[in-house]
Design a protein around this ligand. Structure first.
Ligand code: HEC
Ligand code: HEC
Length: 173
């Protein structure tokens, strides 16, 4: 009887410890998920994903997105023909989610790699992103399944979820 009580107590402690670990695990998982979340916005998806990969708003500072929106009639040779209400909606979205605000680790690193007086309009020209890809040769980007360094989603299988972790990179042959 006594042994049984002790055993029950031990089992109870073990279960409690297990639950504690499980909940610690879950909160780490949640933290990671939050860090990689891609804040959704219908206007952003509608206006900015028909020609290329939908870039996570945390990949550039707000001033860069403002520059892109304000000059959207001359967007790398394209006129995006954005209506005033779309511009307003997009600026609101970037104000809330750009690299200055985003909690993602890559945002912090990108911010740290841009001079305070610089306003890059290309993610691929920021020094953090260049440094992270310096081992990839030019002809890798030229592969037919990739085409361009700007085509993040070709290699980052979870890029559309805001996850650029090494584990989820697969460079097409
Ligand atoms: C009509 C087609 C088109 C649409 C729509 C479009 N873009 Fe682009 N975008 C381009 C082209 C072309 C490039 C240059 C790609 C290249 O040089 O490989 C580009 C490049 C970019 C880049 C730089 C990528 C890099 O190399 O780091 C950003 C950022 C960008 N676009 C943001 C946007 C945003 C924000 C919107 C929506 C407001 C948008 N684009 C909508 C055609 C488009
Ligand atoms: C040709 C394939 C390819 C393309 C295209 C590409 N990447 Fe990568 N990227 C990689 C590889 C491979 C690594 C891993 C580098 C390493 O850490 O060894 C990487 C690393 C990264 C990292 C760092 C991840 C970390 O945790 O260290 C970020 C952030 C990133 N890429 C973002 C981007 C963005 C944004 C784009 C598009 C503008 C892009 N990449 C385009 C292959 C690519």
């Amino acid at each position: 009887m006594k042994t049984k009580t002790i055993l029950t107590a031990i089992t109870g402690v073990a279960i409690a410890a297990g639950l504690l670990f499980a909940s610690a695990d879950m909160s780490i998982a949640k933290e990671r998920r939050d860090a990689y979340s891609f804040p959704q916005n219908a206007a952003y998806k509608q206006e900015c994903s028909s020609c290329h990969f939908l870039y996570h708003p945390g990949l550039l500072p707000l001033r860069s997105w403002q520059e892109l929106i304000n000059k959207s009639d001359k967007h790398f040779g394209e006129n995006l023909s954005l209506e005033v209400k779309d511009k307003e909606e997009l600026l609101k979205y970037f104000t809330a989610n750009s690299a200055d605000k985003s909690g993602a680790e890559f945002s912090r690193k990108i911010m740290g790699s841009i001079a305070v007086d610089a306003t890059p309009v290309r993610i691929t020209e920021t020094s953090y992103i260049q440094r992270k890809h310096r081992k990839l040769k030019k002809d890798v980007f030229a592969r037919s399944a990739i085409k361009s360094f700007s085509n993040c989603g070709a290699c980052h299988t979870k890029g559309t979820e805001g996850d650029f972790e090494e584990d989820n990179v697969k460079v097409p042959k």
